[in-house]
Design a protein around this ligand. Structure first.
Ligand code: DC
Length: 231
């Protein structure tokens, strides 16, 4: 790649954003930042500090202190092709995809305090360029000047099937996954602070009826074209 660009990927939960971001990172040698993992790790940290959906609203001061005191680092392990989240010195990736975190994360990510903290971190990372970052507000708020913005869509039941197959909680039923996705879509779209929405200049890729290989090819072709014009 010649001149360095940033790529923002937004979309619904389990729409295929992270898989696409990982493939782009590998193919174009860009650094992948999974912002969902960032919100999940903060959620996990709050749960560890006895803050949950029952006391979240009244714990504002404590939340602020936990955020200010915590040290979160995000690395992308190119060899293993996975992102690694290090929370106060310890890897926490095995915990952050558990259902108890998934159920609480969209409540946590509504908080302005949490978002301001995360967005500042994400903007700083993106300022180094050559980043592919996925989330909900990347093209609209975090990197509004990204050279390429993708918005990924897929039918709810197609997404639920994927999430169900990847779920680490064996006790989880398919209907519970559908309900959790519906709940999270709703929270993501309706929240006051940086809600999930399409950036005006985003390219919509819908993968309800195409497989991942086709989705990847569509995205790669757009990136190659952009790079030709950008150099
Ligand atoms: O992509 P994911 O499912 O791992 O994201 C976890 C949660 O984090 C999701 O419910 C919405 C929230 N999130 C967000 O609000 N903003 C982002 N940029 C990324 C994720």
């Amino acid at each position: 790649m010649g001149k360095k660009i940033n790529i923002a990927i937004d979309g619904y939960s389990s729409s295929g954003k992270s898989s696409l971001a990982r493939s782009i990172s590998k193919e174009f040698k860009m650094k992948y930042i999974d912002t969902g993992a960032m919100y999940r790790s903060i959620t996990y940290l709050l749960l560890k500090n006895s803050i949950d959906s029952s006391n979240f609203e009244e714990s504002e001061k404590k939340i602020e202190q936990i955020i200010n005191d915590c040290n979160i680092e995000y690395n992308y392990n190119n060899k293993k092709n996975i992102s690694e989240t290090i929370l106060n010195g310890a890897r926490c990736d095995e915990h952050i995809r558990k259902n108890y975190v998934s159920e609480f994360v969209s409540i946590v990510s509504k908080s302005k305090k949490v978002r301001d903290f995360m967005i500042a971190k994400q903007k700083e990372i993106a300022s180094n360029k050559n980043i592919v970052m996925d989330g909900r507000d990347i093209g609209t708020v975090v990197i509004p000047d990204a050279e390429i913005k993708f918005f990924i869509e897929a039918d709810l039941h197609v997404r639920a099937k994927r999430r169900f197959e990847q779920a680490q909680d064996e006790s989880l039923t398919f209907n519970e996954v559908v309900e959790n996705l519906k709940f999270r879509d709703n929270q993501d779209m309706m929240r006051e602070n940086s809600p999930l929405k399409k950036a005006k200049d985003s390219i919509v890729l819908n993968n309800t009826n195409i497989n991942f290989e086709e989705l990847k090819n569509q995205a790669f072709n757009i990136i190659r074209k952009k790079n030709e014009n950008h150099n």
